[in-house]
Design a protein around this ligand. Structure first.
Ligand SMILES: Cc1cc2nc3c(=O)[nH]c(=O)nc-3n(C[C@H](O)[C@H](O)[C@H](O)COP(=O)(O)OP(=O)(O)OC[C@H]3O[C@@H](n4cnc5c(N)ncnc54)[C@H](O)[C@@H]3O)c2cc1C
Ligand code: SF4
Length: 508
């Protein structure tokens, strides 16, 4: 019998994975399996597949050059890869970190329960997150309203992040009020760091282009960091040059300026190439060194220390039922323009085209354009969450489902956020320059070229008014709808039906 095997999956590329830290380099082996079956769970954006494969290949190179013994193999399934590995290496024990993603997790737990000659020893994925899995039961107790704020404050205190003794730095926990500026004409940002593919990544891209030719997305603009060194360089560059302007225009959207001051770090954090706590501490350091204002730094840290941890907690506490929730009873199919970008609505056209090109959108584009439209148009939540899972380089079920079903679509009936994030065209007009170049008129609510978001918004309020009137944050909107003159209501509802007909006919 050989030594032990530490099996790492493609999203576990961290040197801090607990089984890796404790392994005996002289005796033990690291197993990494490139399983074709995993890439086929859904038809993923080509950049997502290429990103994970390139990151895996580079991680293997790094491990080997650090003196680790690595069995990196390609197989049809994980099981086949494991069987072949065991036949060759005959390990005494296989150490596996239990993935957060439900489907993956069940597969691993099934392996552990099976009677195999090798013991399966399970570890937590603790290097990828700050909160241990078992703690979520206490942090998000059954029968209580779950909200981000309490979790965020507790983690700020626990890790002593942006604290002034027992008080939050600057006296407030949250500086979002300073972070909601609309874009100004001519606004410019220091560009992010991009990484032209090296020979290894070029080979991966070629393979993906061939093997996944039916998958969505383009590869010609692939420039993601795929090594720990590149991920660290992206972070340092962001902290030095882009964090100072991250906050102010965090919610703004601009044509031709997809990345603005966003960090682009989600993909590398989610696969373990960057340690979330290190990112947070470095951001705090930038504030302490007076390199970035408090509002920007707090806003950035809240996304990682707060939202990223919180959504994982919601996922762990709510699966598997969460995946099927549809509190608003929406059943319309996903419009084809989510795949092509071919629609006269300029906001949707711009954002979807960029997703096809870069496998990326920033938060407000995901929430207030793509998610908002899907919700207003009554699209079946699971079709929307599948689309998000497929199209983004940073997408994993644990982060997609709470963000899409919970935050964007309110399909969980308010389990994770306090209200539906919906808006008419006015919000998009205020926070972007999209309406200037649109075939529809954002100032018109009815008529042939009226902005579809307006009537769909009121249609949504009308059809869900009973549920929404029980929500303290939506009460005013429902009252505004009820106060509207009946002919105005009728006109808006008729317009919405017209829009929905056009949508169904592929003419929007
Ligand atoms: C409908 C919808 C779908 C989303 N799908 C994903 C997804 O598949 N994968 C993903 O990582 N994030 C997802 N998010 C959250 C967020 O939009 C992305 O993390 C962010 O846009 C990534 O870009 P960035 O790295 O430039 O982020 P920045 O704007 O620079 O934010 C910094 C970091 O904070 C974290 N973060 C910010 N917001 C969230 C959030 N709501 N949940 C979890 N982490 C957050 C990310 O690690 C991100 O890198 C989604 C949000 C919505 C509304
Ligand atoms: S007018 Fe309406 S559809 Fe057109 S870009 Fe603005 S919000 Fe989008």
């Amino acid at each position: 019998m050989g030594g032990r095997t530490v099996w790492l999956f493609g999203h576990q590329l961290s040197m801090k994975m607990p089984a890796l830290v404790t392994m005996d380099r002289g005796r033990d082996t690291i197993l990494i399996v490139k399983a074709a079956s995993r890439a086929g769970w859904l038809a993923y954006h080509k950049q997502k597949i290429a990103f994970v494969y390139a990151a895996m290949a580079h991680f293997v190179e790094e491990l080997r050059s650090d003196g680790y013994r690595v069995d990196y193999r390609t197989a049809e399934t994980f099981d086949a890869g494991w069987t072949a590995h065991v036949a060759e290496w005959n390990p005494s024990e296989v150490c596996i970190h239990v993935p957060t993603e439900d489907r993956f997790r069940r597969m691993v737990l099934r392996w552990a329960a099976e009677d195999r000659p090798q013991n399966v020893k399970l570890f937590e994925e603790s290097a990828l997150f700050l909160v241990g899995e078992s703690e979520w039961e206490t942090l998000l107790p059954d029968g209580q309203q779950w909200r981000l704020d309490g979790v965020y404050r507790l983690l700020r205190q626990r890790f002593s992040i942006l604290m002034d003794g027992k008080k939050p730095e600057g006296g407030k926990w949250n500086y979002d009020q300073d972070n909601r500026k609309p874009p100004k004409k001519g606004l410019q940002f220091e560009p992010a760091l991009f990484f032209p593919p090296d020979e290894c990544t070029k080979q991966v891209i070629e393979d993906v282009e061939q093997s996944f030719s039916d998958c969505p997305g383009r590869l010609d603009s692939f420039a993601w960091p795929v090594t720990r060194q590149q991920a660290a360089a992206l972070l340092d560059h962001f902290l030095e040059h882009r964090l100072p302007t991250f906050g102010e225009y965090q919610d703004a959207m601009m044509t031709g300026n997809l990345f603005m001051s966003h960090s682009l770090l989600s993909a590398v954090i989610n696969v373990g190439l960057l340690d979330p706590l290190e990112v947070i501490r470095k951001a705090e350091h930038a504030y302490r060194e007076a390199k970035a204002p408090l509002a920007a730094v707090e806003g950035f840290i809240r996304q990682i220390l707060g939202w990223r941890e919180y959504v994982r907690g919601v996922y762990l506490r709510s699966m598997p039922e969460y995946a099927q929730l549809n509190a608003l009873g929406h059943t319309n199919p996903l419009p084809s323009f989510y795949w092509t970008g071919e629609t006269k609505m300029n906001c949707m056209h711009q954002v979807v085209t960029e997703v096809i090109q870069y496998s990326y959108s920033h938060h407000i584009q995901r929430l207030m354009v793509l998610g908002n439209f899907a919700n207003l148009a009554g699209i079946r939540p699971q079709e929307v969450s599948d689309w998000f899972n497929q199209m983004y380089v940073d997408a994993y079920d644990w982060v997609v489902l709470p963000n899409v079903l919970g935050m964007a679509l309110y399909a969980d009936g308010g389990k994770m956020s306090s209200k539906p994030y919906i808006s008419s065209g006015l919000y998009i007009d205020k926070m972007s320059d999209y309406c200037d170049g649109c075939a529809y008129d954002v100032r018109k609510r009815t008529g042939e070229n009226a902005c579809p978001f307006h009537s769909l918004y009121w249609h949504f309020i009308h059809r869900h008014q009973e549920k929404l009137s029980r929500n303290a944050r939506m009460g005013q909107v429902v009252s505004a709808w009820k106060r509207m003159e009946e002919p105005t209501q009728a006109e808006l509802l008729e317009q919405a039906e017209y829009v929905l007909d056009k949508l169904a006919g592929g003419e929007l």
